[in-house]
Design a binder for this molecule. Sequence first.
Ligand SMILES: *Cc1c(COP(=O)(O)O)cnc(C)c1O
Length: 400
Amino acid sequence: MDANDFIRLEETFGAHNYRPLDVVLTRGEGIWVWDVEGKRYLDCLSSYSAVNQGHCHPRILEALRRQAATLTLTSRAFRNDQLGLFYREICALTRSHRVLPMNSGAEAVETVIKAVRKWGYQVKGVPADQAEIIVCADNFHGRTITIVGFSTDPQARDGFGPFTPGFRVIAFGDAAALERAITPATVAFLVEPIQGEAGVILPPAGYLAAAREICRRRGVVFILDEIQTGLGRTGKLLAEEHEGVEADLTLVGKALSGGFYPVSAVLSNSEVLGVLRPGEHGSTFGGNPLACAVAREALRVLVEEGMIENAAAMGDYFLSGLRSIRSDRVREVRGRGLMIGVELVGEAGDARGYSERLRELGILCKDTHGHTLRISPPLVIRRDDIDWALERLERVLTGH
Ligand SMILES: *Cc1c(COP(=O)(O)O)cnc(C)c1O
């Protein structure tokens, strides 16, 4: 079978809810992936930051192998000897008090919505069924009905109503708007430290600190969705550290397993998770021993192999290299650590063409919302790999 055969199978038998680049990948190692024809590419998407540790990291692979041969799934009807260790280690690393493990990122978001609503009724004294959660325009928090219901992206929400009530949308990066939007029924403010899917949008400096202060003063739970920004991507373990703040609740996922397995978690610094009682929330696979063993090793690898510091240094290097490319096709280069966006001049939809040309030159990246190229390689990338990429990016971005 060749690439066209695999593509035809996907198109024939699969739902068409994605429009991928027509590259059929078969193998990955570190920052590199290979297609079925043997061509090698630098992965500048990292599966939306789920493979921060690099493809098929040998230590995580070994942890997966070992645990898969020992015990994979117990359900939470019984205890297992990996869950407690995972809790202790992720709490120590992120300075959290309590953890609730799930699988996908969207499930972690759903979990936090349930927890803050319950907290609102039981602790804050919000009248039954009146709880309100404030979110930001252009957010991306996942794909469930509740989550797309508070999206402002027509593609994400049109045709999927009716939606869950209880959300209020404000502008991203506007602390005064947050202050104004809070009512006695507001239980939480949910925000991404940097909006990834929206096109790597950084809020003004001081925004997270201001939001933190407002939430504390007004008795509102401050939730950071760090599913994409977290676990080293921005050059810190969590992006909140750039402003020296601590959210009440933090969501992590994606790179929590280094790309081996869906693992997500709600991390709590407050007593909010304590409101959930037995039987009120759960997941068959959430907290299973295979997930926990993989996540434990994925976290260890990030720290012990210096990936977070490398993301900071290589992010600066990549950003300044991109900024030195002189092209009238580039409107702005922005980012933090290895979470980088190159916003292009021109009509929406153009970035796809750039992704196609980069693919021909051996770089895989993805446009977001038509006009921004997202560049987020695994955190193990080195200087000479970046030089290699910059040379190709310059050719494509300048049209030479
Ligand atoms: C990817 C992502 C999610 C959803 O995660 P899934 O595992 O795809 O459900 C939520 N929030 C942010 C910020 C994300 O980047």
